[in-house]
Structure formats: structure tokens, C-alpha cells
Ligand binder design. Structure first.
Ligand code: ATP
Length: 435
């Protein structure tokens, strides 16, 4: 984990936010490579959830949201964590996450070892703000703590415009905010984070079948993109653990260095949300089946994933060291869809004679793949850098290229190299990346 945090900083994936001012409370900024990686995670999700399906459409609801939404959804009342203060060192903790003393009889402070705590108080995780110039009760708004409610309040709009019939879904990727009491483990738990959520509306009688379908489908998505099966597990929630709206929840968990941690939750939210918003707004939120003349409120199956946790899992699963020609190297065996760059174009030398052709090769490949272009240092060191940031292919332009109009394509994992004519390079790159 320490190695990964180091690599993330050194290679420009993730920086601590406001670092020049000493950082700011577990917030992070994404650097040049982190932005590419995060975009690719979201693209891969969107591709499998929207592009490759005909019954799912996109949505992008606002982050600033009406208190009425959160009152109806139960978040104002229920979206709380139990909070305790250690009386010895004054640190504040989530009571449900504290370790206990050896005999299990008391909670133990991870900071000072003390066992004297205040009573647990519920702490609402939503960020509250004011809209407009006056900070009074009428101006209160919340930053959404999940994207889900933005789907539900648009249920009728989507039905009217898209003529869909259950099963159908809306997909949304965007930021959510939670005033987490104990953020930590790098970007695993932060107060500002991005979610990728699908709300899938189904006939109530089919809900269990679709819940199982999405548990399987979402688990396999991580496997298809390169996470070894044994680093993943599907954990079903016990009855006591279920949220107030859920008839069944399972988490896709990843074997993080500190233990199993949630990447994504798949929940059968029943008709709780649509009924709650219908009751609070007075609007009809149901589906009318014209073929049978019946109306019903669909059940909702929700796979909800986090971008940063997924990024971390991909990085941790891809992080490898091996030996090439007696020298140790670090590499990220990232899937080509996930890797920040798919191709690096590397002129063998900085000499002017090679640069025009190298630029031509770069421009040939840029419409096809995200390309890095690097003319610094010796070629061996440039290969090492590309291995370390997970670039699947390096294309080297050398002095022979000027004569034979061909370049060398090097594979990250095997380090094998092959000569490819420039006029067949796009085809060769596409087939090697196996998009
Ligand atoms: P946890 O139990 O870890 O707090 P959760 O069960 O509350 O997570 P959900 O409400 O199911 O999380 O949100 C769906 C997904 O959003 C999570 O699986 C996770 O990937 C992501 N997520 C939730 N909270 C955070 C956070 N504070 N920081 C980063 N990602 C988060």
C-alpha cells in the first residue's frame, strides 16, 4: 500500500490536496495520469452499463439538492453514523468501527488505548449549505450524499421521454459528498467522491432474479477488466446490516492490503424510494402497462460503485515486479481500457532527423488511442517509466524507420518487440490492444 501511495504521488496519479499549505483533511487531487485512469474507469463502466445495452439510458442530476428530496428518502432521519468522543485524548470516532479490548467488553481508542468514551450520538453525514444570499432555514440545500435520489425524482420524466418498459434503467456518474467522521486509507474513504450508479426498474415479482443477475454481472465486470477472481468476493448483508430501504444487499469486496473492503453495493431497494417520493410530492410514480391495463410501482435494483475505490483496486491488482535482463522492474499490468495511456511513441533519439517522422506516427495513433510522447533520457529508462505507469504498447521510431518506414512495437508484459510497417500500424495497435 505504501508503495502504491508513493507511486501515485511520484507518477502523478493522486496528490494530497492543498499540499503547499500542508494538505486539507483527507482530500485529494487527481494529477495527469489519475485523471486519465479515472476517466477510463468511468468509460469502462458506461460502456458496459449503457453503450452495450438497449434498455439503459443516461442521466445527470444536480448535486445541490432540495431538502424535500432528503426528507422523503429518509436521509435526513436515517443517514447517520454513531459518534463517540474518547474522553482521554479527545479524538472523535465512529462507534461501529472501533476495536474492543482483548476480552471484548469495552471499546478501545485506536489513538491512546483509552476505554472511556462519551455516549454514542447520531451524526448526519450530509453536507448542508445555503442557496442565495440569506442563510436562513428557507435557503437550506444539501450536497447529495448519493446520486440515486436524482434518478428517482426523474423517474416520470425519463418514462415520458423514452417510452421504456421494465426492466429498464438509468445510469449516472457523478460526485457525491458525505461528511465522513473517519476518512482514510488513502482515497478509499473521502468526503468528496465519485459514484457510478445504475437504478434498474423491474416488475416486483422479478426483483430477486434481477438482483442475482446484477450481483453476478457486476462481479464479472471487475474480472473482465483484469482483477483476479481470488482478490474479489461477493458478501451478502445480514438482516441487521440492511439499510432501511433494502430487501437484500450484497457487496463486491476487494482484498485490500488492510483486509476486505467494499468496491460496490448491489441492493434490492424495493419500491421504497418511488413510493416515498410519490407520497411526499403527490405525483404519480408508477408504470402503466398498456398491454395488460395494469399499473404498478416498479422495484429497483441498484448496483452502486465508487470510482476511487475501483481505481485503487485496479492499481493494486495490477502492481507487479519482475526481472528483465537481470534488472528488477516495476510494472502495472493494467487492462488496455483502464491504462492511462495505451501507447507511448518514443523516438530513439532526440536528434532532429527522427522528430518529424515520430510526430507523424504520433498523429496517426492519437485518434485511435491515448498516446504519451516522450523524448527524454535513454530508451531503456523510458520503457521502464511506461511499464511503471501501465502503458501496454511502446512504439519506437529509430534511424532505420527513415529508410524502411517501419517502427518497433514493444509489448509491456512480455517485453517482446516486433517490427511493423507504419502503414499497418493502426491495425496492429488495435489488434494488440484487443479493445
Ligand atoms: P461504506 O460502508 O464503505 O461507508 P457504503 O455502503 O455507505 O460504503 P454506498 O452508499 O453503498 O456505500 O455507496 C456506493 C459506493 O460508493 C461504495 O461501494 C463506494 O465504492 C462508494 N463510496 C461510498 N462512500 C464513499 C466514500 N466516503 N469515499 C469513497 N467512496 C465511497
Amino acid at each position: 500500500m505504501e508503495e502504491l501511495v508513493r507511486l501515485c504521488k511520484a507518477r502523478g496519479f493522486v496528490f494530497p490536496s492543498a499540499e503547499i499549505y500542508g494538505g486539507f483533511r483527507s482530500t485529494y487531487d487527481y494529477g495527469p495520469l489519475g485523471v486519465l485512469l479515472a476517466r477510463n474507469v468511468k468509460e469502462a463502466w458506461w460502456r458496459s452499463m449503457v453503450q452495450l445495452r438497449s434498455e439503459v439510458v443516461g442521466l445527470d442530476a444536480s448535486i445541490l439538492s432540495s431538502p424535500k428530496i432528503w426528507e422523503a428518502s429518509g436521509h435526513l432521519k436515517n443517514f447517520t453514523d454513531p459518534l463517540v468522543d474518547c474522553r482521554t485524548c479527545k479524538q472523535r470516532w465512529r462507534a461501529d468501527q472501533l476495536p474492543t479490548t482483548e476480552d471484548g467488553s469495552k471499546l478501545k481508542c485506536p489513538n491512546c488505548g483509552g476505554t472511556d468514551f462519551t455516549d454514542a450520538r447520531p451524526f448526519n453525514l450530509m453536507f448542508k449549505t445555503f442557496v442565495g444570499p440569506v442563510e436562513d432555514d428557507g435557503a437550506v440545500a444539501y450536497l447529495r450524499p448519493e446520486t440515486a435520489q436524482g434518478h428517482f425524482v426523474n423517474f416520470a420524466n425519463v418514462l415520458q421521454t423514452e417510452h421504456l418498459r421494465p426492466p429498464f434503467g438509468t445510469a449516472q456518474v457523478g460526485k457525491s459528498f458525505r461528511n465522513e467522521i473517519t476518512p482514510g486509507n488513502f482515497v478509499f474513504r473521502t468526503r468528496e467522491f465519485e459514484q457510478m450508479e445504475l437504478e434498474y426498474y423491474v416488475p416486483p415479482d422479478d426483483a430477486q432474479r434481477w438482483f442475482e443477475y446484477w450481483c453476478n454481472e457486476r462481479f464479472e465486470w471487475y474480472v473482465r477488466l483484469g482483477i483476479p477472481r481470488e482478490m474479489l468476493r461477493l458478501r451478502h448483508h445480514s438482516k441487521e446490516e440492511l439499510s432501511h430501504y433494502s430487501a437484500g444487499t450484497a457487496d463486491v469486496e476487494f482484498a485490500f492490503p488492510w483486509g476486505w473492503g467494499e468496491l460496490e453495493g448491489i441492493a434490492n431497494r424495493t419500491d421504497f424510494d418511488l413510493k416515498a417520493h410519490s407520497a411526499a410530492s403527490g405525483q404519480v410514480l408508477e408504470y402503466f402497462d398498456s398491454s395488460t391495463g395494469t399499473r404498478y410501482v416498479p422495484y429497483v435494483i441498484e448496483p452502486a460503485a465508487g470510482v476511487a475505490r475501483t481505481m485503487m483496486a485496479f492499481l493494486l491488482a495490477a502492481y507487479t515486479t519482475d526481472e528483465v535482463a537481470g534488472e528488477e522492474r516495476t510494472l502495472l499490468r493494467l487492462h488496455p481500457r483502464i491504462a492511462p495511456y495505451q501507447v507511448a511513441v518514443l523516438p530513439l533519439s532526440k536528434k532532429d532527423t527522427l522528430l518529424p517522422l515520430s510526430q507523424e506516427v504520433l498523429q496517426l495513433l492519437q485518434p485511435v488511442a491515448m498516446c504519451d510522447y516522450d523524448i527524454t533520457r535513454a530508451i531503456g529508462r523510458r520503457y521502464r517509466r511506461q511499464d511503471e505507469i501501465g502503458t501496454p504498447l511502446c512504439v519506437t521510431v529509430d534511424f532505420d524507420s527513415l529508410e524502411d518506414k517501419a517502427v518497433t512495437v514493444r509489448d509491456r508484459d512480455s517485453t517482446t518487440q516486433e517490427r511493423v510497417p507504419i502503414d499497418r500500424l493502426v491495425e496492429a495497435v488495435n489488434s494488440r490492444l484487443a479493445w
